[in-house]
Write a protein that binds this ligand. Structure first.
Ligand SMILES: *Cc1c(COP(=O)(O)O)cnc(C)c1O
Length: 527
């Protein structure tokens, strides 16, 4: 472990000045203003305890050899110390509630507070997953209503609600495809994935037992459909295509591609993480999609990115609907209930199995449905249109100072830039991103998608005001102009105003330094 002169870990193997210095002298506590340093809870522990437990007199022989002989090393802290530890940690977390979060592909949009209010209603918030169906009819009705919204918005007949994230939804979709292929008595092993795909796509295909075959992209940022068609054959199980794709572009040959895949006997998995651009405007079912996950935590404003668990329901076409996993929501004369066992599934259903315990992320279902009901169908459509408008505003406002590889045409919900505007400036793409942190902005998605050199992918979402976008554009323009003029002062070694200076990213990943060494003065005081 390496320490800098304030006892702050740097992860770089060498000293980098932190910010807890006044005129070059480190603070005694190691803290900076009221912004406390945070040690691991195990390092904070000092033997106190928040609860007084009575001495338990259990006869030795009743415990046999199970009696613990030594300490197990739990951190000893009082209740307020535990609360402060976690509150301080939470305040170090950058969040959509603290500022603009322009991460491309992530749809970091505002989480309306009405969602939270609804999720805390005792009938939803205090529900136990094993409560009998006779006592949970309202919650089951809510799930049914959300299913109706999802199937109507996508134009698909069925939806599996239990997947707990986008990637989990991908797995669910591919397992349904695998079951459908097995039911046909076929052995199709290859899944085609465009090279611009999100990393979860090939990972999911491999995890589900398929081999991944990469399809190249065209210079216009779309998938090379001729190359894709040339790869189709009797061993192709599916394609996994993202639309709009990770370059922020609509795959305009999608209908044709879907038809070619179906003609070859394969299935069309669509990565729907970018549904925020098209919800209410385009129905994936009309495009020929067989399975698509919907990230409720992106498009439908449930928290994510450290803010909460996700939810990745998967809509399924007629060809795959029968294979949806349990639990299945069914209605009979006693009302709604969940079928938990494949053997009890209604006629025609052939569930491939289950994705998780229980029925999915109930809290997220409440939030997503609240969002839908408070927007209405026209409001969902307007949200998509505004997301696309915001991204195009950014693209049009910055493409003269930052280079945009596909800047000629409009984009969908994200604006893609590359780093050629930095060429010869002495400022690297990473410097540029880190300088944004000093300006109070979380960087955009960097170096992704991989098909564009030095990619910078900005997704402003519809929830930023024009004022916020103008301010962001102003800062980015100024940074880009300075960099192009070769004025590198701001960029070298950025960020300088953040709690941590730049880490050596390789060392930080390989040898993460998680401990904070107390400044010597404090350590001595404690001893
Ligand atoms: C976010 C995202 C995923 C994965 O979703 P998780 O909920 O993070 O698992 C997959 N594909 C794309 C294009 C995404 O943006």
């Amino acid at each position: 472990m390496s320490m800098n002169n304030q006892g702050r870990p740097t992860g770089t193997g060498e000293a980098a000045p932190g910010n807890s210095t006044i005129g070059g002298i480190a603070t005694i506590s190691g803290d900076r203003g009221l912004d406390h340093e945070e040690a691991l809870i195990f390092e904070l522990g000092h033997g106190a305890t928040g609860v007084d437990l009575p001495d338990v007199q259990i006869a030795e022989r009743r415990l046999g050899g199970m009696r613990r002989m030594g300490e197990i090393g739990l951190p000893g802290l009082s209740e307020p110390e535990v609360v402060r530890h976690y509150v301080r940690l939470s305040r170090k977390n950058y969040a959509i509630d603290s500022g603009l979060y322009p991460l491309g592909s992530c749809t970091m949009k505002h989480n309306p507070r009405l969602n939270e209010k609804m999720a805390r209603l005792p009938g939803f918030g205090d529900l136990h997953p094993l409560a009998p169906a006779s006592t949970t009819q309202g919650a089951l009705e809510l799930i049914a209503a959300l299913m109706t919204w999802l199937t109507r918005l996508t134009g698909m007949p069925a939806v599996a609600m239990s997947p707990k994230a986008g990637a989990h939804g991908e797995l669910c979709g591919l397992l349904a495809i695998r079951a459908a292929i097995q039911a046909r008595g076929e052995n199709r092993k290859r899944v085609l994935v465009p090279e611009s795909a999100h990393g979860t796509n090939p990972a999911t295909a491999a995890f589900a037992g398929f081999t991944v075959d990469e399809v190249p992209a065209l210079p216009n940022g779309r998938v090379d459909s001729a190359a894709l068609k040339a790869k189709l054959g009797p061993d192709v199980a599916a394609i996994m295509l993202t639309n709009p794709n990770t370059c922020g572009l609509f795959e305009n040959e999608i209908v044709d591609i879907a038809k070619a895949v179906h003609d070859a006997g394969g299935y069309f998995y669509c990565d729907g993480a970018n549904f925020n651009a098209i919800a209410g405007r385009v129905r994936p079912g009309d495009l020929g999609v067989d399975a698509m996950h919907i990230n409720l935590h992106k498009t439908f404003s449930t928290p994510h990115g450290g803010g909460g668990p996700g939810a990745g329901p998967v809509v399924l076409s007629e060809r795959l609907a029968a294979y949806a996993p349990v639990p299945l929501l069914v209605a009979d004369r006693n009302g709604l209930r969940l079928v938990e066992d494949a053997a009890d599934a209604p006629q025609g259903a052939r569930p491939f199995g289950r994705m998780c315990a229980f029925h999915g992320q109930m809290g997220m279902f409440v939030r997503a449905l609240t969002y839908m009901l408070s927007h209405g169908r026209d409001g969902v459509r307007q949200a998509s249109e505004d997301a696309v408008l915001s991204a195009n505003y950014i693209l049009a406002s910055l493409k003269d100072v930052m280079t945009a590889p596909f800047g000629d045409g409009p984009c969908m919900h994200e604006a893609l830039f590359d780093d050629s505007f930095l060429e010869g400036s002495g400022v690297t793409t990473l410097d540029f991103a880190k300088a944004m942190i000093d300006e109070g902005y979380h960087p955009m998605t960097m170096y992704f998608p991989l098909v564009v050199h030095g990619a910078m992918l900005i997704e402003p979402t519809e929830s930023e005001s024009k004022y916020a976008l103008d301010r962001f554009i102003h800062v980015l323009r100024a940074l880009a102009e300075e960099a192009r003029a070769g004025r590198t002062e701001r960029f070298a070694g950025a960020p300088r105003l953040a709690p941590r200076r730049r880490l050596d990213e390789t060392a930080a990943a390989r040898r993460p330094v998680l401990r904070w060494k107390k400044p010597d003065a404090l350590r001595e005081a404690a001893e």
